[in-house]
Design a protein around this ligand. Structure first.
Ligand SMILES: Nc1nc2c(ncn2[C@@H]2O[C@H](COP(=O)(O)OP(=O)(O)OP(=O)(O)O)[C@@H](O)[C@H]2O)c(=O)[nH]1
Ligand SMILES: [Mg+2]
Length: 424
């Protein structure tokens, strides 16, 4: 395992607890990327632009790198190209920041072509504003090879732009495919429910329990990268559940944009289940909820959100009450569950059912004939049949989308007309 040192310049205006939870998230990210954290350095005062932290700190870190045998330094604060260059020169060690760390995790998890393209796009978007600086640094310092750049040339920036354009084109066509798939699913009477929420909240665990799947679940950030969809019937309604990539605080919008086609699964759903890890301290829950809402806010219009307080098996009744009060101002009726042992799932299903796009109830009589029976079997596929009586005629009491109701009425008319013709 590669040994790393974590560095964070604390925001002096933030609470101690906020700074320490930021640092522990960086630690989790580093472990999720497969690193072994050997030491942690924080500083609140004396930053200088050259290094992000103070000169003395950087010299201290340089000694630690040697003594502890580190291969990488990971900063929680965003670094400029010049800072990365200066720090790596002084410490004689590779330097990355939090965004690059997240990109590394995504890159190791990306197995399909689409995921790889998204990661590549995110990397290029990260590099673009830095491209000019990289080229000029290399020219000044005569140091080819910096940041993985073999040689340098003035066309580097243009080259990055061209590659971005090509990948975006390919992703757009993939997105069109998934949009038509979505329309197809709607036309076939499916409602779409997305499981969204902060990374490691337990989305995949809930997904597995709901639809009896076994997608990977791990106590690690960003286990899920690509969405996966499975169907389930809830009180007769066919619902497609999609498990999605998790949110994390402080992602720049270019990174969110790069994963846009993945996040569309959330933005275009009929209902979003916002999964929250209720076992965490209230302040962490509040922060993570705020991040999730910010990510969703501008993208969803008129889509209902049901907040799901997960991992309640890890807290007491009292603590649960405290959490419900805490999220109350954002969401009136959170549902408390344990995705792991299945408690609260019946209430969750009822809540989902309440939020599905409304279908209408109607009843119809059909001739007792072979054609009539085939319309009935079609209705069983497309609608929820509440009651059916077979006598001289077939009486069906059902619930369905408007299009289905009109279709069944048209079928009935046709059947009666052909029946009249036959009797003449
Ligand atoms: N005790 C308990 N643990 C849970 C519950 N749900 C999930 N976990 C644990 O929480 C960790 C994360 O679960 P995942 O289902 O992978 O979470 P996720 O939201 O899909 O995470 P990412 O895909 O990484 O964003 C795992 O170690 C799960 O076993 C729960 O209801 N109770
Ligand atoms: Mg997951």
């Amino acid at each position: 395992m590669k040994r790393v040192i974590l560095v964070q310049r604390n925001d002096p205006r933030s609470d101690e607890s906020v700074n320490s939870s930021k640092l522990s998230e960086l630690w989790e990210l580093a472990e999720s990327a497969g690193y072994q954290v050997v030491d942690v350095v924080t500083q609140a005062k004396n930053p200088i632009r050259k290094y992000q932290v103070g000169r003395g700190k950087i010299e201290e870190i340089a000694v630690m790198v040697q003594e502890l045998g580190c291969e990488k330094i990971i900063f929680n604060n965003q670094l400029s190209t010049t800072q990365i260059y200066n720090i790596s020169e002084t410490c004689k060690c590779e330097v990355i920041d939090r965004f690059q760390l997240i990109l590394e995790i995504f890159a190791t998890r990306a197995t399909t072509r689409r995921a790889k393209l998204q990661v590549e796009l995110a990397k290029l978007k990260y590099e673009l504003p830095k491209a000019r600086a990289i080229v000029s640094l290399l020219k000044n310092e005569e140091r080819p090879g910096f940041m993985g750049l073999g040689g340098y040339e003035n066309s580097y920036e243009q080259d990055v732009k061209n590659r971005i354009g090509r990948i975006q084109k390919e992703l757009v066509s993939a997105r069109k495919d998934s949009e038509s798939l979505r329309t197809f699913r709607h036309d076939h009477g499916f409602s779409l429910v997305a499981l969204a929420g902060y990374t490691n909240a337990g989305k995949s665990t809930l997904f597995n329990t709901l639809v009896s799947e076994s997608v990977p679940v791990e106590n690690m950030l960003f286990t899920t990268l690509l969405p996966i969809t499975r169907s389930l019937s809830i009180h007769g309604r066919r619902v497609l559940f999609t498990d999605t990539v998790g949110f994390i605080e402080g992602l720049p919008h270019w990174l969110v944009d790069a994963f846009r086609s993945t996040l569309d699964e959330i933005f275009l759903a009929d209902l979003i289940l916002l999964v929250v890890d209720a076992s965490e301290p209230p302040e962490t829950i509040r922060q993570k909820l705020a991040t999730s809402h910010n990510t969703l806010w501008e993208q969803i219009e008129g889509v209902s959100i049901v907040t799901v307080l997960n991992k309640t098996d890890l807290i007491t009744e009292e603590e649960l009450k405290e959490r419900i009060a805490l999220v109350g101002y954002l969401t009136p009726n959170p549902v408390a569950i344990s995705g792991k042992n299945g408690t609260g799932l019946t209430a969750l299903m009822d809540e989902i059912y309440q939020h599905l796009p409304k279908w209408k109830r109607d009843s119809i009589s059909l001739p007792m004939s072979e054609e009539g029976l085939s319309v009935v079997s079609w209705l069983f596929d497309e609608a929820v049949v509440h009651k059916i009586d077979y006598s001289d005629q077939i009486m069906v009491d059902f619930e369905a989308r408007d299009e289905i109701i009109s279709k069944v009425k048209a079928f009935r008319k046709e059947l009666l007309q052909s029946h009249d013709c036959e009797s003449i």
